[in-house]
Structure formats: structure tokens, C-alpha cells
Design a protein around this ligand. Structure first.
Ligand code: SF4
Length: 325
């Protein structure tokens, strides 16, 4: 029995690709990668439904480097799909190199996405990943050149599919036929494809090209305020958000909260000047219960040291002008 490792996002296509191989007796395992932009929840659910093992790998750092400078550019938003897929294949290929699997597969469908799944893009992904000879696309394999896996008899080409185009109807028909009753709708699995998110990310990448995964993670933890070209404030939206920001505090960040009046927690990241910290403290004060006071005391915690600052609260109207959409 041959052994295949598949990129499993947990969506309909990757689940069907796994099923297409499993149904012809291939021993199938899924692999999913985790970054601040996409996680493993859907893949875990899919692996459970498909009854296959799943490998989960965090690739936040290396993926962020690819995102900052993608060789093949971005899609509609900040999604570097060709580079991202190539990275995933190249990381998955290490498991084949170790001898744990015979080949890789994915749920890509020819012509489904204009940028990343046309014939040329599939070729580029495979070549850029450096493992073209071990990649199988079971959903559209019959429309692609014969692979070494088919030549060697590791899979039966006749039992692979010939799906192409943007419609999901053929996949839905196979899902019904093969008893796959539950699967998520299309889209929604990657923040890099969401316009509402990429505005904040674009702001971070433009102002802080050396940003880390920790800086990126802050984008999900609260409202974002651009203090200056080199510093930014993240403000907790509620108690849960405040606690998340406290947990995310690192020595290089500055944590802020009003001492007497209740209000949100703030976290300054980047390379703040004293003026940036003053502005951040005024925003924190202006969004708390002391917003109508003349002066509010704010505690700043940075690198294990505490300091206090008296500030005039900034009105919410004025602080909203600094908010990153
Ligand atoms: S949608 Fe997101 S996860 Fe999928 S290939 Fe594109 S960038 Fe990568």
C-alpha cells in the first residue's frame, strides 16, 4: 500500500482529495500548517471526519518572511498564494524525504482560482517548492500530465478525477456520492484573503517592516491606533481582550492601564518615542471611566519596570482619527 501526505486545509477540496486516494487504498495522512493568519481547527475536524491522522506544524516565522516579500506577488488582498502553497509543499516534502511517505497531494482544482490554480501556477508552485515529481492533484489529475506516482503504480490514474473550473457543483456531487456530509463553506479559512483584516496588516508591514509574529498576533487582539510612523497602540475591546493583551505582553512592549479609573488595557509596540507613549496613555485614559476628568494617572509597564504618567484624556472622537481601519 502506498502512503500519501496531503495538505489538508479542512475545506471540501482537500477533504475530497484525501477521500479520492483513500477510496483506492492509499494510506492517507493530512498535514496542516499554523500561522497567525490560519489555524488547524478546520483541518482537525476534517481529519476526524475522514478518520485519518493529522500532522500540525507551526510555521508562523517562516511564513511571515514569505508574506513580506513574495516572489509571485499577492492575490486580491494580501494573500501570497503561489508562494504560500510552494512553501507548504516544500515543508511537507521533508516528510517524504525522511521516508515516511511516498508522495504528496493537495486539493487544488485546475482553473478554480485565477491567480493560483491555473495550469501555469500549478507548475510554478510545484517547481518553486522543489518537489514537482512527488506532487499529485487527485481532483484534476486526469487533466494534468501523468505523474511518476501514476507511472510507478502507486496510484491508479483511472480512479482520479478531472474537475476544473470555479463551480463547486462537481465537488458537492462527489461529496454526496462518497458520503461526506459535513464540510465548511468556501472561503473564510485565511485572514490574508479578508479585506477587513488586510488593512491593519498592510499598515503594520508598511510602518514596521521588521515586525515579528508577535506583532502580527496583536492585530487580532484589539483596536489598532497608529501613534506615529514607528509606534502603534493596541487597545483591548473588553475584559477578555484586556486579558489577552496582558498575556501577549513581551519585554519590548509597553503595557498601559489607568490606575484609578476602570478602562481598557493598552499595549504599545514598535519603536515608541516618549511622545508616542504620552499619546498612547491619553488614548487609554480617554477610553476609560475617567474620560471626563481633567487628568488621569496611567501606569506604564515596560521590561519589568513600572512608571506613572499624568495625562489629559484624549476624546474618543479624536482617538478614532488615529484608528487603523
Ligand atoms: S489562501 Fe491563505 S493559506 Fe491559502 S494559499 Fe493563499 S495565503 Fe496560503
Amino acid at each position: 500500500m502506498s502512503k500519501a501526505l496531503g495538505l489538508l486545509s479542512g475545506g471540501l477540496d482537500s477533504s475530497l482529495a484525501a477521500l479520492a486516494l483513500k477510496r483506492q487504498g492509499v494510506e492517507v495522512t493530512g498535514i496542516v500548517f499554523v500561522t497567525p493568519f490560519f489555524g488547524a481547527t478546520r483541518a482537525r475536524q476534517a481529519a476526524h471526519r475522514l478518520d485519518i491522522p493529522l500532522i500540525v506544524e507551526n510555521i508562523g516565522e517562516i511564513h511571515l518572511e514569505v508574506l513580506k516579500n513574495p516572489r509571485y506577488g499577492y492575490g486580491k488582498n494580501l494573500n501570497p498564494c503561489i508562494d504560500c502553497h510552494a512553501l507548504m509543499f516544500s515543508l511537507a516534502a521533508r516528510h517524504v524525504d525522511k521516508g515516511d511517505f511516498d508522495f504528496l497531494f493537495s486539493g487544488e482544482v485546475l482553473g478554480q482560482r485565477p491567480m493560483s490554480q491555473n495550469f501555469n501556477a500549478l507548475q510554478i508552485v510545484a517547481k518553486h517548492a522543489g518537489c514537482a515529481d512527488i506532487i499529485l492533484r487527485p481532483l484534476c489529475a486526469k487533466l494534468l500530465p501523468v505523474t511518476p506516482m501514476e507511472e510507478q503504480g502507486l496510484v491508479d490514474r483511472e480512479q482520479l478525477l478531472d474537475i476544473q473550473g470555479r463551480s463547486r457543483k462537481p465537488q458537492e456531487a462527489y461529496a454526496r456520492q462518497w458520503g461526506l456530509q459535513e464540510y465548511p463553506g468556501s472561503g473564510g479559512g485565511c485572514l490574508l484573503t479578508e479585506k477587513s483584516y488586510t488593512g491593519r496588516l498592510r499598515d503594520l508591514l508598511e510602518h514596521q517592516p521588521d515586525c515579528t509574529v508577535h506583532d502580527v498576533e496583536l492585530l487580532n487582539l484589539g483596536r489598532q491606533y497608529r501613534l506615529s510612523s514607528s509606534a502603534k497602540l493596541t487597545l483591548g475591546r473588553n475584559q477578555e481582550g484586556n486579558e489577552a493583551l496582558q498575556a501577549a505582553a513581551r519585554p519590548e512592549y509597553t503595557l498601559l492601564h489607568a490606575t484609578v479609573f476602570r478602562g481598557p488595557t493598552g499595549l504599545v509596540s514598535g519603536h515608541p518615542s516618549p511622545a508616542d507613549l504620552l499619546l498612547a496613555a491619553a488614548i487609554v485614559a480617554g477610553n476609560g471611566k475617567g474620560r471626563d476628568e481633567i487628568s488621569v494617572q496611567v501606569r506604564l509597564q515596560h521590561n519589568g519596570e513600572d512608571s506613572l504618567m499624568e495625562v489629559a484624556p484624549l476624546s474618543q472622537d479624536r482617538s478614532m482619527l488615529l484608528q487603523v481601519a
